[in-house]
Design a protein around this ligand. Structure first.
Ligand code: ADP
Ligand code: MG
Length: 306
């Protein structure tokens, strides 16, 4: 029986790993089919993560024959640092995340982690090294505890709870009558956008990856929730290589470097202060978002005491 059990057990492990990678991709990209050319090379080895330095070297990419979406991107996220990517919608920000995760292969240049081209390592090892906090988190029709533990299904319960605490989720969960056994998803409790994002952050904390990819939600979170999520993100990104795809500039102020993407090229890059001093695109984008926030605040006041 043991002879039968061992291979089955092994298959189970492989299956779980593949399933995890697939679900991560679906979650991140809302897509189901990976292009067939993205496959492990025969004899590909596992990614050997040292510090988790991410480099895009002259990366070009096109979804189809008609138009290059990325037109020569050079970008480095040093091990343990945080780089934010900002820029107008359609600039190619999410595409950068998809290439790091190797959902697509580049059409020119290369993407490397600790010097290893992502095309030369197994996809399972690549995706184990990267934790994704997507724009829209998919919840399974199961308990909230299961949904958090999903980041590492074999984790001891203390770790699950610790992850929930770090993601500012624990107090919310324990305030529910059924706590971690509360059913969520389509047939259960509907979580808000902010709560779902905190579930994704808790999953990432549990997964404990060297590299974190955070595609910020576009939906307007209220400012309290936003602060909560930023605090949780700071916790999880400390000491990890982090790439933040940002829509709200308020979340990128602390990044070690901000890269402004426009029409598939790096238009500007630097720290928040350096980019403001430069008075270019970032400074203009910042002014625009500040004005929008001021207006929003004034409207809120007006709505409260007309
Ligand atoms: P951003 O995240 O900066 O808004 P994306 O990286 O999502 O931009 O998209 C960059 C460009 O690529 C856009 O013009 C978009 O329409 C196009 N694009 C994105 N995904 C696909 C796809 N699967 N097939 C074809 N074109 C795509
Ligand atoms: Mg995007």
């Amino acid at each position: 029986l043991m002879q039968l059990y061992m291979p089955l057990n092994f298959l189970g492990m492989v299956y779980r790993e593949i399933k995890q990678a697939l679900v991560d991709m679906e979650i991140m990209f809302g897509l189901k089919d990976q292009p067939p050319e993205v496959a492990d090379h025969p004899g590909a080895g596992d990614l050997a993560v040292e510090g988790g330095t991410v480099r895009f070297e002259g990366v070009r990419f096109a979804y189809g024959p008609d138009r290059d979406v990325l037109r020569g991107i050079d970008l480095e996220v040093p091990a343990g640092r945080t780089v934010a990517i900002v820029g107008p919608s359609g600039a190619g920000k999410s595409t950068i995340g998809r290439l790091l995760y190797r959902f697509y292969d580049v059409t020119g240049g290369r993407v490397a982690i600790d010097g290893q081209d992502v095309r030369d390592v197994t996809q399972a090892s690549l995706r184990r090294a990267i934790g994704v906090v997507p724009q829209d988190t998919v919840l399974f029709n199961d308990t909230i505890g299961y949904n958090i533990a999903y980041g590492r299904p074999d984790a001891p319960w203390e770790d699950v709870e610790r992850a929930a605490r770090l993601a500012s989720l624990h107090d919310f969960v324990t305030s529910l009558p059924r706590g971690y056994d509360t059913a969520v998803g389509e047939r259960g409790l509907k979580l808000s956008g902010g709560e779902k994002q905190r579930v994704a952050i808790a999953r990432a904390i549990l997964k404990d990856p060297a590299i974190l990819l955070f595609d910020e939600a576009t939906s307007q979170l209220d400012s309290h929730t936003e602060k909560d999520i930023q605090a949780a993100l700071r916790q999880v990104s400390a000491g990890r290589t982090t790439l933040v795809i940002a829509h709200r500039l308020s979340t990128v102020i602390d990044a070690d470097r901000i890269v402004v993407l426009d029409e598939g090229r790096v238009a500007e890059s630097g720290t928040h202060q350096a980019l403001l001093d430069q008075g270019g695109r970032y400074a203009a984008l910042w002014r625009k978002q500040q004005e929008a926030q001021d207006l929003e605040a004034r409207l809120e006041v007006a709505a409260r005491d007309p």
